[in-house]
Design a protein around this ligand. Structure first.
Ligand code: PLP
Length: 457
């Protein structure tokens, strides 16, 4: 078999045997050329099995902060595997998971100094939820089991996390976990209240308070939200929103969980997005950028004051994940954090984020670009509309969106296109790559607008 045949065989084998995870592309789209097999990468560049190069506009899935091809992370993992790879998460520790817990404590804001390690974002959210519920029981508030989440948010795919997430998958998996209620998510571009700017966000915060009162504060364990909800379209809330949520939660004895699975580890130009808002949550979840994807590792950081309420009971957290605190994964995370610090990559995320966001502003001249959001780190969203006045979206399965998704990829930009196109590349992105990425979006949009001209109002 020639090498070209081998490469084609890889795509066929992938489609024959891998069950791809849910994404912007449906199975048919993957078969129509949407599936790429990447065999190498360096920096912000992905290389497929045919040798074609792409800009990784999404850092995998908001993951590869330090960039691809970091062999020193692999070396640290290999060294650790030679020392010890695994110790039980329940009654043993290892030097690297201790060091990782200390490092996370030192970089998270406030007194988020107690760290529960696990392997992915959904697990972190499940763990945060269970920690919140058990802490309430330990405080003598056993009735507090309800959780308030926001519509349009994404917290993961396991059953509890999916229950906190939007309703799209409810038709397959519902009914979801009881005791979850949803309130509006900050959205300054399209909200139900017709309020612009801060006023809309203040209204959203009031909805949280109202929901606590409706459910009865004595029944509510926690409120959860992503500091900036990427799933909801990367709308940046005003600082007052999070400050109000902090006050509201304190007033009613409700725990505040910030889900920093995407926004943590420098994605927004600070170690954690909570820092932009001057708020310390009671519980913070993190994953993705923690290891830059070199190993599956995630964490939940909890305030010491919360743990102190728990501790006098003498009881353990009733929650165990076999691979939590895995030594090789911890070694990957520690080396990744060392690189982020050594190369000032969080600062670079802030600087390149501004550069990319400023470049993306030129896309506003397109008749189908309603909004360009971002400006905090390498997290940028381009919002597509059929009509700039009504701000009507195309809908994620519209052929206009599919066309953009496939064409941008063909042109060498890997990203995610739903109603918005997300750009969240590795922090090592160069200026040239940023310019090329925006040029590709610009060109593909022009093509899409010509093709769907009849539908643009
Ligand atoms: N929370 C947020 C904010 C996320 O964006 C995600 C994944 O994208 C998750 C949780 C779930 O993470 P995972 O896919 O690692 O389970």
């Amino acid at each position: 078999m020639t090498s070209v045949q081998t490469r084609h065989a890889l795509e066929t084998r992938a489609l024959d045997h891998l069950w791809m995870h849910s994404n912007d592309l449906e199975w048919d789209d993957l078969q129509e050329g949407g599936l790429r097999v990447f065999s190498r990468g360096h920096g912000s560049t992905l290389i497929d099995v045919h040798g074609a190069e792409y800009i990784d506009g999404l850092a995998g899935l908001f993951v590869v902060a330090a960039g691809h091809g970091r062999t020193e992370i692999g070396e640290a993992m290999a060294h650790q595997a030679g020392e010890i790879a695994y110790t039980a998460a329940s009654n043993a520790a290892n030097p690297v998971n201790i060091a990782l817990a200390e490092k996370i404590s030192s970089l998270t804001p406030g007194d988020l100094n107690r760290v529960f390690l696990c392997s992915g974002g959904s697990e972190a959210v499940e763990s945060a939820m269970k920690i919140a519920k058990q802490v309430q029981v330990m405080r003598g508030h056993g009735k507090r089991y309800k959780i308030i989440a926001r519509r349009g948010s994404y917290h993961g795919t396991t059953f509890g996390a999916a229950s906190l997430t939007g309703s799209a998958s409810e038709k397959y998996f519902g009914p979801f976990m009881p005791g979850v209620s949803k309130v509006p998510n900050p959205n300054q571009y399209r909200n139900d209240f017709g309020l612009d700017g801060e006023a809309g966000d203040i209204m959203c915060a009031r909805f949280v308070e109202q929901e606590i009162l409706t459910q009865g504060p004595e029944n509510v364990a926690a409120v959860i939200g992503e500091p900036i909800s990427v799933a909801n379209g990367t709308h940046l809330p005003s600082p007052i929103y999070w400050q109000m949520l902090r006050d509201i939660c304190d007033r009613y004895g409700v725990l505040l969980i910030m889900d920093e699975v995407i926004t943590g580890w420098g994605r927004t130009g600070k170690w954690f997005a909570a820092e932009h808002y001057g708020v310390v949550p009671d519980i913070m979840t993190m994953a993705k950028g923690l290891s830059s994807g070199y190993a599956p590792v995630a964490a939940v950081a909890v305030r010491s004051s919360i743990f102190d309420d728990f501790r006098p009971t003498g009881q353990a957290l009733n929650h165990l994940i076999t691979f939590g605190g895995h030594a090789v994964a911890a070694a990957a995370a520690l080396k990744n954090i060392e690189i982020l610090e050594r190369e000032n990559l969080v600062q670079r995320s802030a600087e390149m984020g501004t550069y990319l966001y400023d470049l993306a502003q030129k896309l506003r001249s397109h008749p189908t670009v309603g909004d360009v959001r971002g400006g905090l780190g390498l997290l940028c969203a381009i919002d597509f509309v059929k009509n700039k006045d009504t701000r009507e979206a195309w809908g994620t399965s519209h052929p206009f969106i599919k066309f953009l998704a496939l064409r941008t990829q063909e042109e060498g930009l890997v990203t995610r296109v739903w109603d918005v196109l997300h750009l969240a590349p590795p922090f090592v992105l160069t200026r040239d790559e940023a310019e090329r990425a925006i040029d590709i979006v610009d060109r593909c949009l022009t093509e899409a607008e010509a093709k769907f001209a009849d539908e643009i109002q």
